[in-house]
Design a protein. Structure first.
Length: 267
């Protein structure tokens, strides 16, 4: 075991998880330990099992083997909505906003996870439900302001520029008040300038919202620039782990992930 997660408070402890689909092993005996407040990365070529690992951690799949400890408690087998209530939120490789709803309404959906009133109370227009609905609206407005999305607040999500849609999806995730945020390829489709801005943005939200962040990313500039520690998957198997410098110079990573090309050219 490396020194990365030693002598620090762990938020997530992934213990030897294996996920099979029929005869295919998508993730094989994967272990990861994430200290509170860290920004870490999970990388590998297409089909390596990265998104499957995310789906296991966030409750979309239940692994056949292993365990997932979040805040010291097993969440294996918890459905996604329960894991979200425990303090874990995620974004998706393919943006999953409610396109016909406004930016404000999308963030308000995220706030519903912490709603105190019952689902039927707004239907009856009870005063307590109306008050909470207004509180949710104001929380969503404040979050949109903090993420510099004010100019899009009343625009339909589908009409927003691509980069703004990515930020809006993160804003909706933050509306659930998470401790742990999983970002699935946040730089996908971004130009180099946008990728650089994304690195600053990820650090900013980690600090401002007191988050621990795990990201999947193909953009090596983002991975090497923002992650403190990196795990590398190939065909569902962990082939390397370490800090960015160790990963950049690991021959097996260079061969598996970049076909033998020097990884430093991408960082």
């Amino acid at each position: 075991m490396t020194s990365f997660a030693q002598n620090t408070e762990l938020l997530l402890d992934v213990q030897h998880i294996t996920m099979r689909f029929g005869g295919i092993t998508a993730v094989n005996d994967l272990s990861m330990r994430l200290p509170k407040g860290s920004i870490t990365g999970l990388i590998g070529p297409n089909g390596a099992g990265k998104t499957t690992a995310f789906n296991v951690i966030s409750g979309f799949y239940t692994p056949q083997e292993g365990d997932i400890l979040f805040k010291g408690k097993s969440v294996k087998g918890f459905p996604p909505h329960r894991i979200c209530k425990e303090g874990m939120a995620r974004t998706f490789q393919n943006i999953r906003l409610f396109g016909s709803e406004t930016a404000l309404e999308n963030v308000m959906v995220g706030c519903q996870v912490r709603r105190r009133t019952q689902w039927w109370m707004p239907v009856l227009s009870l005063p307590v439900a109306r008050r909470e609905e207004e509180e949710i609206r104001e929380k969503a407005r404040a979050l949109i302001h903090r993420l510099a999305l004010d100019s899009y607040i009343d625009e339909k999500a589908s009409s927003l520029p691509y980069g703004a849609q990515r930020r809006l999806e993160i804003a909706r995730a933050l509306a659930t008040q998470p401790d742990f945020l999983l970002l699935d390829e946040p730089a996908a489709g971004m130009n180099p300038q946008e990728s650089t801005e994304l690195m600053h943005f990820i650090r900013h939200i980690r600090d401002e919202f007191d988050l621990t962040i795990l990201l999947i990313e193909h953009d090596m500039k983002v991975v090497m620039g923002v992650c403190q520690y990196i795990w590398v998957l190939e065909y569902g198997q962990l082939i390397a782990e370490g800090d960015p410098e160790a990963i950049r110079n690991n021959p097996r990573v260079i061969e598996a992930y970049l076909g033998g090309e020097d990884i430093s050219h991408h960082a």
